[in-house]
Design a protein around this ligand. Structure first.
Ligand SMILES: [Zn+2]
Ligand SMILES: [Zn+2]
Length: 232
């Protein structure tokens, strides 16, 4: 074995030895591609491109890509990555999302922005999982990623537990744009990157702020989409 060969590691899903943190067999078995709403990435029947909820009430983002449903085994891996700073999972999760983006072939954004954490939450967690994904995907597919443009003033935990009107009220004012970087947004197609999209309220509010700040179009790229039926 050459000195530069990747070190053997245990697959985080099946615990088999290999050279990837999530092995190829597990990716095939646990992350099969599904037809998804092109707007919000919820799963839809094969012939449908936009779900009923997005047709009735389009969100502020134009397109979404999700690699998989937020369910076993991914929910556990994402929780370990996010809440226990299991950064060794970041390359594998970023690769899963990059592959989903390549499959979906959305119109190409020119800027990737992580959904930010508030300064307090960032200090507590030690990293922003969305940035750990965005910067890796950016370098994998050759798109600039920046963590200094979209800011978050307040965190809004447990948004998904609230009725829809309350979610919208709670998230309002959570995001802002750094005035020193605002010029970078004008006329750009931007993709917001995050680990999970649950209700879509957080991504929707961030997208609204980015569009008000001059972004031409906002997309959402997430590793996992919560598949709940009462989703939005
Ligand atoms: Zn495996
Ligand atoms: Zn939809």
């Amino acid at each position: 074995m050459s000195l530069h060969a990747p070190l053997p590691t245990l697959c985080a899903v099946c615990r088999g030895w290999g050279h990837a943190r999530i092995c190829g067999d597990c990716l095939q078995r646990e992350a099969p591609p599904h037809p998804r709403c092109t707007v919000c990435a919820i799963r839809v029947p094969a012939a449908v491109s936009v779900c009923g909820a997005c047709l009735l009430d389009p969100p502020p983002f134009a397109r979404s890509v999700a690699a998989l449903d937020y369910a076993y085994p991914w929910s556990g891996l994402i929780a370990a990555f996010k809440f226990h700073a299991a950064l060794d999972l970041a390359p594998a999760l970023a690769a899963v999302l990059a592959a989903a983006v390549r499959r979906a072939e959305p119109p190409r954004p020119t800027l990737l922005l992580p959904v930010p954490l508030s300064p307090e939450r960032l200090a507590e967690r030690g990293m922003n999982q969305a940035w750990e994904l965005a910067r890796r995907i950016g370098s994998a597919i050759g798109i600039e990623a920046r963590a200094d443009l979209l800011c978050r003033w307040v965190d809004t935990p447990h948004l998904a537990d609230l009725p829809r009107a309350q979610r919208a009220a709670r998230i309002k004012g959570a995001f802002g744009i750094d005035v020193r970087q605002a010029h970078r947004l004008r006329g750009r197609r931007v993709a917001l990157v995050d680990d999970v999209m649950t209700s879509g309220a957080t991504a929707g509010e961030a997208a609204r702020v980015l569009r008000a700040g001059g972004a031409d179009e906002v997309h959402v790229w997430v590793v996992a989409r919560t598949p709940a039926p009462a989703d939005r």
